[in-house]
Design a protein around this ligand. Structure first.
Ligand SMILES: *Cc1c(COP(=O)(O)O)cnc(C)c1O
Length: 375
């Protein structure tokens, strides 16, 4: 069976973990965490990079930094992971859902302005499949209404918008290093702060509400409780693992793109015949090969395709259930129908894609799809 995902190891993970253990410092913010921070800040021009224990945690930090209060409204696409919304719901926010674009599961940028009210505090965009939202549009609307822009860049490592790295375009952004993402450490994340005014408070919130980071830099002579906060930082064991992945980012990305392109080329004839749709990448965006998906005509076609592919030995998976229809939020959702989000919910199917996948395995996946439509 070809699985949907198999976490890739670069070879140095356990050696670096051993180094961290032998150094005698395995709590957070040691040598490997600093190396990871420096990597992100240099490679992607992030103003401040802060490792967290997950993207979910980074999103929760962003909700604290945005000072979300009960009753505030936050605009979020319905077609996303629960954490995008939960981080703000935990602070008492009301979620205002936006639909996806017709040509892409990302937020319909043109729909955002009509959702803004005097209570709107933030817009959270999701760069679905690592493909950028139209950030000039989003930032322009946000600036005009004085609301924050937070990027859920969980899937967006090493991807760009008009040449600028995703995760550096909003006020702050959250990345994931969960084992299903391009760069992974099992469970892990990153908060990137791009607006200087949030940097100091981000450090405090991440360190249980203390100014411990400033203390270790010698900026204050004792540290204490200065704000709200929690424990959002990972141990050095996690950072050591992650650093081994970052050192191999180029090789990882290259192999993922090879497989992605193999799918694209082989399935294009089916798309040209109108049998299915392939991923769309707007001119302003790059493809980081986080995901290869196809769109079927309808839900029953997708179910039949999944059955066919499974019996032919591979394991594709569908993705999100529209959050505005979720058991938790359906009754709270006061807005409109979300036809595009619902369409992706019913028809989007993700193909197996992982670094250690062989060309022959990719070809087996391709053949099973071609075989299905030949029936
Ligand atoms: C993976 C993912 C998350 C959650 O990441 P964790 O690191 O598992 O917390 C959040 N949002 C999106 C869009 C994701 O793909």
């Amino acid at each position: 069976m070809i699985p949907f995902n198999k976490p890739h190891l670069t070879g140095n993970e356990t050696a670096y973990i051993e180094e961290a253990v032998k150094s005698g410092k395995i709590s957070g913010d040691g040598m490997f965490t600093k190396k990871c921070h420096a990597f992100f800040e240099q490679q992607y021009s992030m103003r401040k990079a802060l490792l967290t224990t997950s993207c979910t945690d980074a999103l929760e930090m962003s909700a604290l930094l945005a000072n979300i209060q009960p009753g505030d409204e936050v605009i979020i696409p319905s077609y996303t992971f629960v954490s995008t919304a939960n981080a703000f719901v935990l602070r008492g926010a009301h979620i205002v859902f936006a639909d996806s674009r017709a040509d892409h599961p990302g937020i319909d940028e043109d729909s955002i302005e009509s959702l803004i009210t005097p209570k709107t505090k933030a817009i959270v965009v999701v760069h679905y499949a690592g493909v950028a939202c139209d950030m000039d549009k989003v930032n322009e609307v946000a600036a005009r209404h004085n609301v924050l822009v937070i990027e859920d860049a969980a899937q967006a490592i090493d991807s760009f918008y008009k040449g600028r790295p995703l995760g550096t375009l909003g006020h702050m952004s959250a990345f994931s290093f969960h084992e299903t993402k391009n760069i992974q450490c099992g469970e892990g994340g990153l908060l990137a702060i791009n607006d200087e005014q949030y940097v100091q408070r981000a450090e405090v919130i991440r360190e249980k509400g203390t100014n411990r980071s400033a203390f270790f830099r010698g900026e204050v002579d004792k540290y204490g409780w200065v704000d709200v906060g929690s424990s959002f930082l990972p141990s050095e064991i996690v950072a050591a693992f992650l650093y081994a992945q970052l050192e191999n980012l180029n090789a990882i990305q290259q192999r993922r793109k090879e497989i992605w392109n193999r799918y694209q080329v082989a399935l294009k004839p089916l798309a040209d015949q109108g049998r299915l749709k392939l991923p769309f990448v707007p001119d302003f965006a790059t493809n980081n090969a986080h995901m290869f998906y196809v769109l079927t005509e309808n839900l029953s076609d997708r179910s039949a395709l999944i059955e066919h592919m499974k019996s032919a030995g591979s394991f594709p998976v569908f993705h999100y259930l529209s959050l505005h229809k979720s058991p938790f939020y359906a009754e709270k959702h006061k807005g409109a129908e979300m036809p595009h989000s619902d369409r992706y919910m019913d028809t989007l199917l993700r193909l197996p894609l992982f670094v250690d996948m062989t060309d022959a395995e990719a070809d087996r996946v391709i053949e099973s799809i071609i075989g299905f439509f030949a029936k």
